[in-house]
Design a protein around this ligand. Structure first.
Ligand SMILES: [Zn+2]
Length: 941
């Protein structure tokens, strides 16, 4: 299915942005502070700059570098709206040691990818800069430290560069905004933030100020707020911490605080007395949503007491959301989606928020169901079983983190230290947190949890926001009606009834299974994998790793998929796996089954895609046998639940009803059609097709796809004990039935249309155009060709960022990338995509074609080839240490009949990318004979 839930993203981002506040260090608080992880080299320089340095080897040969500024848009005065964010952009447009765009250029040459490895983000109360650098070259690492220093004190603010960057920022505002969300947020945020300073300080700022501010004004903001006593430098990675600490002391001591420092200010959000309601609509809105938020006093996470309270909140959020999810699993759920949780918010406050997304016309039903659940929890509380399940879940996460302390990512540490710097959050270390939860979790009482939840429910300092498509305006309730709903929640709710999973004895009678044999057993010493062919014809690939202790991942697939279904059965086929996935398994309904899975630390789900079907999932090493039993059952004894099926259909109708309100959605549909030869299946199941969906057809389609084990390949990666795994595989996979039917997919000809095609879609109110250019054709799929095409895509991306963003200044982002397939037949496509103002569409398409022509005539520049090669090499070094990479690599090379061993020589093979090869590749694949131009323009009224 191609629907995604985009709730009121902006609003949620506002509500969950973390708060910053100077600590009130009372003596009592000081005494109970959580101890800082001893592995951290922490200190404050005489100028006030704070640093955190830690050695960590995941990933190896890498370090994560952060510069954290305790400033953001909240410090802007009325004439500076947007300047905090503008300053952040100028960090990439000229500093003392990296004039103009040399900084990005330099990093790219060192294998650091712009966007992925270098990034920055401006919030209300913080601005954070991040780079990941290699540590196998001291020179490159030291330059990374130089970059931080330049950001901290030496931005140039060249007026020419400032002028150029304005348009990029305005394009960023266009890309992120100019949609229903932004238009509705502009009405709801003043309510949500009670007209506080925050409501008038969205980090993106004011268009006029961005257009007109001077370099001096930017410099003023920078000098006022970027100062060592507002800054932290964080370095986590494969480094010598003593040396790095010395380096920081030496390099950053030169920074000075300004005289007459401006105070950061202490901003808050004044309480709302009672409840405020805002009902907004927009013609492009897709979803009808209700949200209710109570603003609460802010909490901290500095002491053990506070940390324990944080754990209570986490448990509570988990229990509440499990209940809401369970309702969603019932036959005819009252809402499309619902959630409720407590989280920290802006201005030293927390919020408790509850949201429901309703299908069209069902706002009352959805809202009342959500309110009834809150009332049930408030009135009767949670149960001991729910609490102990939540504790188990939490303990499991802590134990997993502690067990895999060696694979704890440098990024995660750096984020924790930035929270320590900004919010005083404790950073005692993974092991301490694990031991703490072992020792204290058991003392958390149900009564405390219930009281805590009751304290979230209040009719004071509360706001309610309803958003809906404009065409539903007439059927929306008025404020008085909404107040009445929330004033009388769940009049007849009863106490929650526990779900009983005790009826589990064993999900499968083992003596009823006829074990298979391993007929052939091959070992690939190149990449350390084993491949078995079992007596029933099933193929099994195993890779034993120690990247993550106690974890196993699996990916099981066979060819066929929905391509096998006749057109008349297509809707049933597409929905069939979703129905089985939601219908429970063994002697469990879905609610029980999910609880059972979490108890056993297993997760798995069957799928049926266009050309394949299978099961993906993961399990704890201890849960592997359970996982294999359940895999067996998804093949042999799936469930059919008609109530679930009907719920699924009404849910689909709900999503489809308003899909066409959004310009992006309509454009995406056109793109799918053109890129799939107008095959009716291209847009997914539409409302018309949905009418033909039938539960029995769906169920038998599912069973047919999983009837022949000889058609499947089973890939397992992770902590596998050899002998144990062999036996389990013989028992549960070897016993699966097979018919040796050699089933495979059908080629439905779903490829981009040939020839030169231009398709313009007119949709939407605002000036926000999308452009997509697609080059495509037949492709000889093999490792050498794949590499050349990838290189061409990546190099084109580098060129187009330079041209469209840095030179034309007419986009914020542009992506270029290559895609290729070996089945149903060899095909490639190379896509270029960007969002821009309507007036620039033709100019930017022409600029793109010009850049492509340059590569066709001269080949890529050697410098760009170097960037591609060093980025790709660095990326490969990191990913070959990850289970997820191997799972996908082994499955995909098996599907494509490739030798998976190529990965060991991959870095060497990068040398095959040359000026000549890029030239040849561009002339082969980018002739423009098959070129589709897709353009979204606003509606002509
Ligand atoms: Zn930006």
């Amino acid at each position: 299915m191609r629907f995604k839930l985009t709730l009121t993203l902006l609003l949620l981002a506002v509500l969950t942005a973390s708060a910053q506040e100077k600590s009130d260090s009372s003596a009592a608080t000081q005494r109970n502070l959580q101890p800082m992880d001893k592995a951290i080299h922490y200190g404050v320089l005489p100028n006030g700059l704070t640093y955190y340095v830690r050695k960590n080897q995941s990933p190896k040969n890498r370090a994560v570098l952060y510069l954290v500024e305790r400033t953001g848009s909240i410090q802007e005065n009325d004439k500076q709206l947007g300047l905090a964010h503008f300053v952040e952009h100028m960090a990439f447009n000229g500093t003392r040691d990296f004039p103009k765009n040399q900084l990005v250029d330099y990093l790219q040459k060192s294998g650091v990818k712009f966007g992925a490895d270098v990034n920055a983000h401006t919030g209300y109360e913080q601005t954070i800069y991040e780079i990941t650098v290699p540590t196998d070259s001291m020179q490159v690492f030291n330059k990374g430290i130089d970059v931080l220093l330049n950001w901290a004190g030496y931005l140039s603010f060249d007026p020419v560069e400032v002028n150029n960057e304005r348009n990029v920022i305005l394009e960023e505002a266009r890309l992120r905004g100019k949609n229903a969300n932004e238009r509705m947020s502009s009405q709801t945020i003043p309510v949500a933030l009670n007209n506080s300073r925050y409501a008038a300080r969205l980090p993106i700022g004011d268009e006029n100020i961005i257009k007109n501010c001077t370099a001096d004004e930017l410099k003023q903001f920078y000098q006022d707020w970027y100062r060592p006593d507002n800054e932290a430098v964080i370095v986590v990675g494969d480094i010598n911490p003593n040396k790095v600490e010395e380096l920081i002391k030496k390099r950053f001591a030169v920074l000075q605080n300004p005289v007459n420092e401006k105070p950061l200010g202490n901003y808050s959000i004044p309480p709302i007395s009672g409840t405020r309601i805002k009902i907004v609509t927009d013609e492009e809105a897709q979803y009808t949503t209700f949200s209710m938020t109570v603003r609460l006093p802010g909490t901290k996470e500095r002491t053990n007491t506070e940390y324990l309270q944080k754990i209570r909140t986490i448990l509570l959020n988990k229990m509440m959301n499990d209940r809401l999810k369970d309702i969603g699993k019932a036959g005819n759920p009252p809402f499309l989606f619902a959630a409720a949780s407590n989280a920290s918010s802006l201005g030293n406050t927390d919020v408790f928020s509850a949201q429901a997304v309703a299908s069209p016309g069902n706002l009352e039903k959805a809202t009342k169901a959500l309110l009834a659940e809150l009332e049930r929890a408030r009135k009767y509380g949670f149960t001991d079983n729910e609490l102990s399940a939540a504790k188990n879940w939490y303990q499991g996460i802590q134990a997993g983190l502690n067990l895999n302390i060696d694979s704890h990512k440098s990024e995660a540490y750096a984020q924790e230290y930035s929270r320590n710097f900004l919010n005083d959050e404790g950073c005692p270390g993974v092991e301490y947190e694990y031991n703490f939860s072992l020792a204290y979790l058991k003392y958390i009482q149900l009564m405390e949890i219930n009281d805590l939840f009751a304290s979230y429910i209040s009719d004071d300092n509360r706001f309610i926001i309803i958003e809906a498509p404009a065409k539903d305006k007439a059927i929306l309730p008025d404020e008085k009606t909404v107040l009445d709903w929330v004033g009388h929640p769940g009049a007849d709710v009863q106490a929650y009834k526990d779900v009983n999973v005790d009826k589990y004895t064993d999900v499968l009678p083992e003596d009823g299974l006829k074990s298979g044999k391993i007929e052939s057993d091959t070992y690939d010493s190149h990449i350390d994998t084993k491949t078995f062919i079992l007596s029933n014809g099933a193929k099994v690939i195993l890779k034993n790793t120690n990247f993550q202790t106690g974890l196993v991942l699996f990916n099981i697939y066979g060819f066929g998929g929905t391509s096998i279904a006749a057109d008349a059965d297509y809707a049933s086929a597409v929905l069939s796996a979703a129905m089985v996935r939601k219908s429970g398994l063994a002697n469990f309904n879905q609610v029980e089954f999910d609880k059972y899975l979490s108890l056993r630390k297993v997760s798995l789900a069957p799928f049926i895609h266009d050309y394949t079907q299978g099961i993906t999932g993961s399990s704890a090493q201890s849960g592997l046998e359970t996982a294999l039993k359940l895999i067996h059952l998804y093949f042999t004894a799936p469930h059919k639940d008609t109530a679930v099926w009907n719920g699924l259909l009404s849910e689909q109708r709900g999503w489809l009803a308003t899909k066409d309100n959004s310009p992006a959605g309509v454009f995406a549909d056109t793109v799918s059609m053109v890129l799939n030869s107008n095959n009716p299946r291209a847009g997914g199941v539409n409302a018309e097709m949905l009418k033909t969906a039938n539960v029995d057809k769906a169920f038998s389609f599912y069973k047919d796809r999983f009837a022949d084990a000889s058609n499947f390949t089973f890939v397992f990666v992770g902590n596998l004990d050899d002998i144990g795994v062999r036996n389990l595989i013989k028992t549960y996979i070897g016993s699966l039935p097979s018919t040796h039917s050699n089933e495979t997919f059908k080629d439905l000809g779903m490829y981009p249309l040939p020839g030169k095609i231009t398709k313009i879609v007119h949709k939407g109110i605002d000036d926000k155009s999308s452009v997509r250019l697609v080059f495509s054709g037949q492709f000889d799929y093999n490792q050498a060709n794949n590499l050349q095409l990838n290189a061409l895509g990546e190099i084109l991306q580098i060129k187009l960022i330079e041209r469209l963003r840095d030179q034309e200044r007419s986009v914020y982002a542009v992506t270029a990338g290559a895609y290729y397939l070996n089945y149903p037949t060899g095909r490639y496509s190379l896509n270029v995509q960007f969002t821009c103002g309507e007036a620039n569409v033709d100019k930017l398409i022409a600029a793109t074609m010009e850049e492509i022509d340059k590569i066709r005539q001269n080949g890529a520049l050697p410098a760009d080839i170097e960037k591609f090669k060093s980025e790709e090499a660095r990326l490969t070094q990191v990913k070959v240490k990850e289970n997820g990479f191997w799972l996908e690599h082994l499955a995909s090379t098996a599907r494509n009949h490739e030798d998976p061993g190529y990965i060991s020589d991959f870095i060497k093979s990068l040398n095959d990318v040359t000026v000549e090869s890029t030239k040849a590749c561009a002339n082969k694949y980018l002739t423009g004979d098959n070129l589709i131009k897709l353009i979204l323009l606003h509606e002509k009224k």
